[in-house]
Design a protein around this ligand. Structure first.
Ligand code: BTN
Length: 247
């Protein structure tokens, strides 16, 4: 079962490089790297990720799905669903998923997921799923620059959350949904993802590395691509972007 092998450290620069190294050394699927504090936590799009000591869950999980590289983005959505369900079970609060895999509660971000891939030409060798959850932060624990956009589960559920219980629950669902993906395909997971989504049907602004697209988020495809209907009626797909809701 996932979490069969655990690398726990008090402090790491980031759990991602350790997980990458272990994966290269042949670590099995379900291997977990977790720490109390990260001194150089990484976010998507080269951002930093604040990882205060003892407040959150800062972990990386190694997945080894036997799929071609173009299927990797689907696992980002698999992870988002697994984490959302884990949070819902343990806190009683239902998070929303902002495409592709930010989790929000009341419009504030409580979780980020960073998927990194090790691949051979066209075959996934390992996926390193980095999951960062703000669990027991008080408001003042957040640095000024993310006040107003970040929140913690404790602030939203109005109770202290057991990090070990939540970690175990998320690993359970990650294993469950990865197995489901392999046996039954993406369909049910996509439905689950859609049921948590706060992006679909909304007017959004998507900032990609190349351009800015404004329009309605109409669907996610079976490959995990977000389709946006622009004001001129044209439909464009984005693989990776920053999304904000437009008035
Ligand atoms: C994002 O929203 O930009 C993704 C944030 C991912 C943060 C987690 S914390 C554990 C793992 N180690 C890291 O350095 N980053 C991920």
């Amino acid at each position: 079962h996932f979490g069969h092998t655990i690398f726990y450290e008090e402090v790491l620069d980031s759990t991602q490089p350790t997980a990458h190294r272990l994966a290269q050394e042949g670590a099995k699927e379900g291997t977990l790297v977790i720490c109390e504090e990260q001194t150089a936590g990484r976010g998507r799009m080269m951002r930093e990720w604040q990882s205060q000591k003892g407040k959150g869950i800062w972990m990386s999980v190694i997945l080894r799905p036997d799929v071609p590289t173009h299927k990797a983005p689907q696992f980002t959505l698999v992870a988002a669903v697994a984490v959302a369900r884990g949070i819902e079970d343990v806190t009683g609060v239902r998070p929303a998923i902002k495409w592709p895999n930010d989790l929000l509660i009341n419009g504030l971000k409580c979780t980020g997921i960073l998927t990194e891939m090790q691949s051979e030409p066209d075959l996934v060798n390992a996926l390193i799923m980095g999951i960062g959850i703000n669990v027991n932060h008080e408001q003042q624990d957040f640095p000024e620059e993310i006040q107003g956009i970040a929140t913690s589960l404790k602030l939203q559920a109005k109770k202290e959350i057991d990090r070990a219980e939540l970690t175990a629950r998320i690993l359970f669902y990650l294993e469950h949904y990865s197995a489901e993906y392999v046996i039954e395909g993406f369909e049910n997971i996509k439905k689950q993802w859609e049921s948590y989504s706060c992006t679909l049907g909304q007017r959004i602004k998507a900032t990609t590395l190349r351009d800015v697209l404004i329009g309605e988020a109409v669907e996610i495809t079976d490959d995990g691509v977000l389709k946006i209907k622009l004001d001129n009626g044209e439909i464009k797909g984005v693989y990776s972007a920053d999304i904000s809701l437009e008035p």
